[in-house]
Design a protein around this ligand. Structure first.
Ligand code: CAA
Length: 381
């Protein structure tokens, strides 16, 4: 592993920083407080090639390496974590599995517009009764001639309201339990695809989280992703990559906390001097920096392993676990350094604090990451 960014990676960082400074930072807090989905910014991400960042150009993507994508995710999430999650879901949870498991026709019809940013994707796995226990989903896909008929519902689906294409997991053979789950590419315009609710959340106010209902929603058999009953393994293999994206999102939030807290500590005076002069503040800042860098290294290693086709389930879980827990500790310290001002919407650290909280929950809670890590070491269930 090389610690020097390549020319391409440097270029991506410069491009994203320029975009963020000009287009995202000035509007992030206002859009977030107004709970506005940033349609125009998502379109710009597509134009910059960031909605299919590591998908090869023949399928509409930018063909970047995975580390470039991680750098981009960090920079975007540093400015606004809501925009980060919209981007990572489309890249890691929708484009990536269609690229890995889709056939030529599916790549042409679905992957291309998704990777170009002309369509938006969502990943519909979670249900009311199947969160951490994802293998317990109950949504059914019943074979009927050339179609499957989807019946059931999904919860907490990021991008669910705005998506054009959903990757939906459903049971095709109930007798086989989690070995009887299949993955389907579903156009959200299909009759019977219903967005029944959008959630009100603690954070990520710019990203929509929806409940989806499938009311006898017909999907042609050609929309089956991979083979019948291979869906659960597709879901887990996809989440390995998704967890790197969420870890990078957490890293961006934490880096934003650090930079904001450092600037504030130098400027804010109490007891006749800048609070940065006090050892208790300096120690907090030092600990934030060390933890952020440790997370960054774990994330870069996991991305490098995935990029080079090596096993990385364990390393992705470690990166996600550490980065998300770290982001919460760092956000706590940032609010502490700001004191009462940190609790006010006038300053961005309250948003960072709220946004950090979700990172230990979605794409596998910290407890699930620990299960994955321990299983990998103990080789038992
Ligand atoms: N890649 C490929 N295959 C894998 C795998 C991986 N990473 N991990 C396990 N498998 C295989 C297993 O080898 C097993 O295969 P066999 O049946 O042939 O032996 C099969 O998949 C089933 O594995 P397990 O028996 O280990 O499955 P489990 O039911 O015990 O669950 C789990 C494992 C890790 C707990 C899993 O359920 C899990 O990750 N849960 C969390 C779900 C999650 O992350 N949800 C996030 C929703 S998406 C989201 O949050 C998006 C968003 O909003 C941003």
């Amino acid at each position: 592993m090389n610690f020097h960014p390549t020319e391409e990676q440097d270029m991506v960082v410069r491009m994203v920083r320029t975009f963020v400074e000009k287009e995202v930072t000035p509007v992030a807090s206002a859009l977030d407080h107004a709970c506005t989905f940033p349609e125009a910014l998502v379109k710009q991400l597509g134009e910059m090639g960031l909605m299919g960042a590591f998908i090869p150009s023949e399928f509409g993507g930018s063909g970047m390496d995975l580390l470039s994508y991680v750098f981009a995710m960090e920079e975007i999430s540093k400015a606004w974590a809501s925009l980060g999650v919209i981007m990572t879901v489309n890249n890691s949870l929708v484009c990536d599995p269609i690229h890995r498991f889709g056939n030529a026709d599916q790549k042409e019809r679905f992957l291309k517009p998704l990777a170009q940013g002309n369509k938006l994707g969502c990943y519909a796995l979670t249900e009311a009764g199947a969160g951490s226990d994802a293998g317990a989903i109950a949504t059914q896909a019943i074979s009927d001639g050339d179609d499957y008929i989807l019946k059931g519902s999904k919860r907490f689906i990021t991008n669910g309201k705005h998506a054009d294409i959903a990757l939906v997991y459903a049971v095709t053979d109930a007798a086989l339990g989690k070995k009887g789950i299949s993955a389907f590419i579903v156009e959200t315009s299909r009759p019977g695809f219903i967005v029944s609710k959008t959630e009100e959340k603690m954070g990520l106010h710019g990203s929509d989280t929806a409940e989806l209902v499938f009311q006898d929603c017909r999907v042609p058999k050609e929309n089956l992703l991979g083979t019948k009953n291979a869906g659960f393994k597709i879901a887990l293999a996809t989440l390995d990559g998704g967890r790197i994206g969420i870890a990078a999102q957490a890293l961006g939030i934490a880096q934003a906390c650090l930079e904001t807290a450092v600037a504030y500590a130098k400027e804010r005076e109490q007891f006749g001097k800048a609070i940065a002069e006090f050892q208790m503040i300096r120690w907090m800042i030092a600990d934030m920096q060390v933890e952020i860098d440790a997370a960054r290294l774990l994330i870069h290693r996991a991305a490098w392993l995935r990029q080079t086709g090596k096993p990385m389930t364990l390393q992705a879980a470690q990166a996600k676990l550490y980065a998300s827990e770290m982001a919460n500790r760092v956000a706590y310290k940032a609010v502490q350094i700001f004191g009462g001002y940190g609790y006010m919407k006038e300053f961005p650290v309250e948003r960072f604090y709220r946004d950090a909280r979700i990172t230990t929950l979605y794409e596998g809670t910290s407890e699930i990451q620990r299960i994955v890590i321990a299983r990998s070491l103990l080789q038992t269930n």
